[in-house]
Design a protein around this ligand. Structure first.
Ligand SMILES: *[C@@H]1O[C@H](CO)[C@@H](O)[C@H](O)[C@H]1NC(C)=O
Ligand SMILES: *[C@@H]1O[C@H](CO)[C@@H](O)[C@H](O)[C@H]1NC(C)=O
Ligand SMILES: *[C@@H]1O[C@H](CO)[C@@H](O)[C@H](O)[C@H]1NC(C)=O
Ligand SMILES: *[C@@H]1O[C@H](CO)[C@@H](O)[C@H](O)[C@H]1NC(C)=O
Ligand SMILES: *[C@@H]1O[C@H](CO)[C@@H](O)[C@H](O)[C@H]1NC(C)=O
Length: 427
C-alpha cells in the first residue's frame, strides 16, 4: 500500500527534462527518426533520477508501433540506465548508494516508467514489451525484467490508474537461479575447454552452483577455489568466457584471421578475466560503479550481494500464468550462462505449466541461414492458441546476442514482437 502511495506522490512531482537529440557522434546527420534523451526523477526528495535515451520508430505513425523498454530496434526503443550509478543515472542523496538491492531497482524502474509516460503521454496506449540483454552480467535480464513485469501487473490492479499494456518479455542469456542456470561443467567439457579430470572434480567436489553460492555469501572454500583455479587455467585467459569463439586482442590482423566467418562485433576482446563465475559476481558490483567516468555524481553503488542467490523461475512461471508470453534465448557460445541450462529451465516451465508444443524442436532461419534451434509452446487463451514460451538458441552468438549476431537478433526480435514462432525453412 505504502509503495503505491509513494509512486503516486513521486509521479506528481516529476519534472520534465526531455531533450530532442539532434546529433550524435558517429551517427549520420540525416537520420529519419526522432530521438530524445533526459532524466526521469524517481525520487524528488532524494534527488534520484534515471537517464534514458528514446528512439521513435522510423515510421509515419510511431504511436501505432509498440513501445520497447530496453534495460541497459521498427519500434519505439526506450533505453534506460538503471539502477543509479550506472552510466548517467544518479542520486543527490549519498545514502541511496548504500544497501541497494533488486527490490529497490524494481521499484525505481516502475516509477521511471510511470513518470516517463507522463512525459510522453501519447505512448500511454502503446503496447509495452520489456527486454534486456546481459551486458557483462546476466542480472540485468534475469533479475530486473521479470521483477519489473511482476510489479507492473500489481500496479495495473490499482483502481484510478490507466493500466500499462504489458504484452511480452524477452530474456537473453538470463541468470535466473544459482542451482540450474550457472552449471557450465558439461558445456565446457563438450567444447573441449576443460579436461575429463576437471569435469569430474566439478561434479564431485565443487560445481558452479556451489562455487557461486559460497562466493556470494562470502564463504569460499579451499576445495572450490582449487577446482576453479584448475578450470580457469585449462580454459585459459585468452578465451572469452562469454564467447568461446571470440578472438583475443593481439593485433587487429591476428584477430581478423581468427574471426569465424560472418562473426561481427568488435575486432577482439580485451583481457578476459580468469574465472567465469568470479567474473559474473565481480561484474555485478563493477556495473554499479559509473561506467562513464566523466559523470560528476559518479559513485559506486553498494548492492546487497545475496540478491544474486535468488530463484526467479517461479516468478517466470507466474508471469506466464498471468498471460505474459516469454521468450528465452541463448547465444550458444556463452559458457557463463550456457544454453544447455536455458533448455533445462524451458523444459521445466513447459512441464510445470502443462504447455503444448506448437512447433517441433528444429532450426530457425535468418536470411536463409540457420539462426539456431527453437521451439514454441503455448496453450489456449480466450479460445485461441497463444504462444506462451519460446525457447531459442542463437548459433555462434555470445552472451550478448545483439553484439555478435545483430541480424539473428533482429529476426528474434521480430518474432518476439509479433508473438509468432521463429521463421522455419518453409516460411
Ligand atoms: C543520408 O545521406 C546519405 C548520403 O547522402 C545517403 O546515402 C543516405 O541514404 C541518407 N539516409 C537517409 C535515411 O536519408
Ligand atoms: C540534484 O542536484 C542538482 C544540483 O543541486 C540539481 O540540479 C538536480 O535537479 C538534482 N536532481 C534531482 C533529480 O532532483
Ligand atoms: C531490499 O532492501 C529492503 C530494505 O531496504 C528490504 O525490505 C527488501 O526485502 C530487500 N530486498 C531484497 C530482494 O533483498
Ligand atoms: C552441485 O553441488 C551441490 C552441492 O554438492 C549439489 O547439492 C547439487 O545437486 C549439485 N548440482 C548439480 C546440478 O550437480
Ligand atoms: C491449438 O493447437 C493445438 C496443437 O497444435 C491443436 O491441436 C488445436 O486444435 C489448436 N486449437 C485451436 C483452437 O486452434
Amino acid at each position: 500500500m505504502a509503495f503505491w502511495f509513494f509512486v503516486l506522490i513521486f509521479s506528481f512531482y516529476s519534472k520534465s527534462s526531455a531533450e530532442v537529440v539532434t546529433a550524435l557522434p558517429g551517427q549520420p546527420t540525416n537520420v529519419s527518426f526522432k530521438q530524445f534523451s533526459g532524466y526521469i526523477t524517481t525520487d524528488a526528495q532524494h534527488g534520484r533520477a534515471l537517464f534514458y535515451y528514446f528512439v521513435e520508430a522510423k515510421s509515419a505513425s510511431p504511436l501505432s508501433r509498440p513501445l520497447i523498454l530496453w534495460l541497459n530496434g521498427e519500434s519505439n526503443m526506450l533505453y534506460v540506465e538503471s539502477p543509479i550509478g550506472v552510466g548517467f543515472s544518479y542520486s543527490n542523496t549519498s545514502s541511496d548508494f548504500l544497501g541497494w538491492n533488486d527490490t529497490r531497482t524494481t521499484k525505481d524502474n516502475l516509477i521511471f516508467l510511470i513518470n516517463w509516460l507522463e512525459e510522453f503521454p501519447n505512448y500511454k496506449d502503446s503496447d509495452l514489451f520489456l527486454t534486456a540483454i546481459s551486458i557483462l552480467t546476466s542480472l540485468v535480464a534475469g533479475h530486473y525484467i521479470p521483477q519489473l513485469a511482476a510489479l507492473l501487473i500489481e500496479y495495473n490492479k490499482n483502481p484510478n490508474i490507466k493500466p500499462i499494456k504489458l504484452r511480452a518479455i524477452a530474456l537473453g542469456n538470463p541468470l535466473l537461479d544459482l542451482d540450474i542456470r550457472v552449471q557450465a561443467g558439461d558445456y565446457l567439457w563438450s567444447h573441449g575447454a576443460i579436461s575429463d579430470e576437471t569435469l569430474m572434480l566439478k561434479n564431485s567436489v565443487c560445481n558452479d552452483s556451489k562455487y557461486l553460492s559460497e562466493d556470494v555469501h562470502g564463504k569460499l572454500s579451499q576445495g572450490c577455489k582449487d577446482v576453479f583455479k584448475r578450470a580457469s587455467d585449462e580454459i585459459s585467459a585468452d578465451v572469452a568466457h562469454d564467447d568461446l569463439l571470440f578472438p583475443n586482442c593481439l593485433s587487429s590482423s591476428s584477430a581478423e584471421q581468427f574471426r569465424p566467418k560472418g562473426k561481427q562485433g568488435n575486432a577482439c576482446q580485451h583481457n578476459s578475466p580468469a574465472l567465469p563465475l568470479e567474473l559474473l559476481y565481480r561484474v555485478y558490483f563493477f556495473l554499479f560503479q559509473c561506467l562513464i567516468k566523466t559523470c560528476k555524481s559518479c559513485r559506486p553503488l553498494e548492492y546487497q550481494e545475496d540478491n544474486l542467490d535468488m530463484n526467479l523461475i517461479p516468478l517466470i512461471s507466474d508471469l506466464i500464468k498471468a498471460g505474459i508470453p516469454i521468450m528465452l534465448y541463448s547465444g550458444d557460445q556463452d559458457s557463463k550462462i550456457p544454453l544447455t541450462q536455458t533448455r533445462i529451465i524451458a523444459n521445466k516451465l513447459v512441464k510445470d505449466l502443462k504447455l503444448s508444443p506448437f512447433t517441433k524442436c528444429g532450426t530457425w532461419y535468418d536470411k536463409k541461414q540457420v539462426g539456431g534451434w527453437s521451439q514454441s509452446f503455448g496453450g489456449l487463451k480466450e479460445g485461441k492458441n497463444v504462444t506462451f514460451l519460446t525457447y531459442a538458441s542463437v548459433r555462434g552468438a555470445a552472451h550478448e546476442v545483439p553484439f555478435t549476431s545483430p541480424s539473428q537478433a533482429l529476426s528474434l526480435f521480430r518474432s518476439f514482437l509479433s508473438g509468432t514462432p521463429l521463421p522455419r525453412p518453409s516460411d
